[in-house]
Ligand binder design. Sequence first.
Ligand code: ADP
Ligand code: MG
Ligand code: MG
Length: 253
Amino acid sequence: MATLEIHDLHVSVETETGSTEILRGVDLTVKQGETHAIMGPNGSGKSTLAYSLAGHPKYTVTGGSVTLDGEDVLEMSVDERARAGVFLAMQYPVEVPGVSVSNFLRTSATAIRGEAPRLRTWVKEVKEAMARLEMDPAFAERNVNEGFSGGEKKRHEILQLELLRPKVAILDETDSGLDIDALRIVSEGVNRVRETGEVGTLLITHYTRILRYIKPDHVHVFAGGKIVRSGGAELADQLEAEGYEQYTKGAAS
Ligand code: ADP
Ligand code: MG
Ligand code: MG
């Protein structure tokens, strides 16, 4: 069973004025089949956690450990992490000019599976996944994220999730900027992958509304670069009612 273990993770980011510590001792264990919601105010370091797990070069790990099934994730390159089964749906997906969605997906699947998927079954797989996400087939020939609307970008992230089948899915504000229909469609995609029981999901969000569609097993409040409280789904309801203020007071920002 795949398990992601984060222990006392400290991460700094380099800026013009020097190095600033953003993550200040994150502890979290995500097992296959579990869904953990990470909720917190803007600027608390949620995306920094997501990027650090994916291996973004801007973030320097200064302490702690991250393992996937006992393997040291922090020692791995970005590619190796993806092959090991770590998937990141970015808060702000980047444009890849000159690369079509179709090519991008096939290249990613080839890299992750270690061999090119058979063309015939692959084309069918992509078509069906796109249909489930209510995406126009013509979308496959557009360049990755170029001129995509907010909703299209997020659907494209979930399309990757459905096709690449990672062990750990980190979804960074996949709900932001979505209208109510897109939110439902995207959430249904996450739930389909989740229901396979094969993925551990880290659902990072600022708002509780996505949790109406995706029921987390655990909810963590993130403030000042670490988890300050953990609970079950009821913690999200409490946050909805009370906000983050009680957690941000006194927290270094
Ligand atoms: P969240 O996702 O919770 O809104 P972030 O991880 O994006 O929080 O940001 C946490 C803090 O780290 C913020 O103060 C932000 O300005 C800073 N930060 C994050 N990434 C960078 C970066 N690449 N360069 C400079 N500062 C950064
Ligand atoms: Mg933010
Ligand atoms: Mg963020």
